[in-house]
Design a binder for this molecule. Structure first.
Ligand code: HEC
Length: 160
């Protein structure tokens, strides 16, 4: 075997060791319960998860100066989800798996107002996207982010 091939094999082996030793950048989170019609907790958590991904991704596009018009689809999805939030918190849907606080049911009208504020902000977000107005989109994004936080502060337990 030529020296060149041997040297190539040696550096390949070293690279393979390096890859094997490298810790995963983001370890996979433990599996969560599967969404199902019988499980409002798992279902709403999944919808919160997916909506947060949509919401964060659209900010990156707008910040990078991208066209906001295609983001109207995702923003409209947030509007639909915001409208659905109250019904995804039926009485008694609490437990070890959930971060929902009991105040959701004792201050129900305020909780619903927080969901409505989210819906209104997301409606502005969708309108700004449809208009192709990046400045208005970013302003509506901040308002929407505020609506997420206003609800979490009172009604979601644990670290923000
Ligand atoms: C009206 C109240 C309310 C609004 C508005 C709201 N959330 Fe939440 N969110 C909650 C509650 C309550 C939970 C905990 C649900 C549970 O564990 O049962 C939660 C959970 C989450 C989770 C964790 C999901 C999981 O995997 O367990 C994420 C992520 C999240 N919200 C993101 C957002 C984002 C992003 C917004 C705004 C774009 C938002 N939420 C708006 C009340 C709200």
């Amino acid at each position: 075997m030529s020296r060149l091939i041997l040297a190539g094999l040696a550096s390949f082996a070293l690279a393979a060791v390096a890859v094997a030793q490298q810790p995963a950048a983001t370890p996979a989170p433990p599996p969560r319960p599967v969404a199902s019609p019988d499980d409002p907790i798992a279902t709403r958590q999944l919808l919160f998860h997916l909506s947060a991904g949509t919401f964060g991704g659209m900010k990156m596009v707008a910040d990078a100066g991208g066209d906001v018009r295609p983001l109207a689809f995702g923003a409209q999805g947030l509007v639909r989800w915001a409208r659905s939030i109250p019904s995804m918190f039926p009485p008694g849907s609490v437990g070890a798996q959930s971060r929902a606080k009991a105040e959701i049911w004792t201050n129900r009208s305020d909780f619903e107002a927080k969901a409505a504020a989210y819906q209104n902000a997301a409606t502005q977000l969708a309108a700004a996207a449809r208009a192709g107005d990046r400045t208005a989109f970013l302003a509506a994004w901040d308002t929407t982010r505020g609506a997420c936080g206003a609800c979490h502060e009172l009604y979601r337990a644990g670290t923000p």
